[in-house]
Design a binder for this molecule. Structure first.
Ligand code: AMP
Length: 215
């Protein structure tokens, strides 16, 4: 069977980390709309110019932009073997439109996995998060050698802090999550697709739960 997964969760809930593990373990493509947008900003494309001000402040990029992006992205042969969506959909209009897209493609979702993490843990994770600008792997300052330079263990690039991981943008992102994205849980519960797991534990423990869901 082809796996088509959505990872749902607040900023800092571990969607990116789990999606990368799923990509490696299940040979499905990790699709991070945030990473796609950040690359577009770096490359100064039209999409990047459109998205940058929203992203820097911690606001959501408009639905029509995101829907066009996802439609163009997923409508390619490499996604036929399955994918895990990290960061999309994020609003009810996005999930409704995505549902029609899937219907058109004759594709069904396997599951929507919601990573539940309390606010205290989220703030700790986001405030200490560092990312590789090359491959987008995330780290936490707690895991890194405080005396040395903060470099990516995969490609050696110097790690950076995301602009929207500062306290002000994080507050706006939490707000957007609660207002716009949390209602998606009910949307997918109604369709029998929602699986909630405790995302506050260690990475490997969370992944084991996901494996159990997919078994
Ligand atoms: P992320 O890396 O998933 O935390 O996304 C970073 C930022 O990209 C978000 O704060 C939004 O500004 C934007 N973004 C990513 N995915 C979406 C989406 N599905 N809808 C709207 N904005 C998005």
């Amino acid at each position: 069977v082809v796996l088509r997964l959505i990872l749902l969760g607040s900023p800092g809930s571990g969607k990116g980390t789990q999606a990368r593990m799923l990509q490696e373990g299940y040979q499905i493509v990790h699709v991070s709309t945030g990473d796609i947008l950040r690359r577009a900003i770096q490359a100064q494309t039209e999409l990047g110019r459109l998205a940058q001000s929203y992203m820097d402040d911690g606001n959501l990029v408009p639905d029509d932009v995101m829907l066009r992006l996802v439609k163009e992205t997923l409508d390619a042969p490499r996604y036929e073997a399955g994918y895990v969506l990290d960061g999309f959909p994020r609003t009810v209009p996005q999930s409704t439109a995505f549902e029609s897209m899937l219907l058109q493609w004759g594709a069904a979702l396997t599951a929507v996995i919601s990573l539940e993490v309390n606010r205290e843990v989220l703030i700790h994770r986001l405030s200490g998060r560092r990312v590789c600008p090359e491959c987008a792997t995330t780290y936490h300052i707690d895991q890194l050698d405080p005396s040395g330079e903060l470099r990516c263990t995969r490609d050696g690039a110097l790690l950076v802090q995301r602009k929207d991981d500062d306290a002000q943008a994080v507050a706006i992102r939490f707000d957007a999550f609660e207002r716009e994205t949390l209602p998606l849980k009910q949307f997918y519960r109604d369709r029998g697709l929602l699986r909630e797991i405790d995302g506050s534990r260690a990475t490997g423990e969370v992944f084991k739960d996901i494996q159990r869901i997919l078994a």
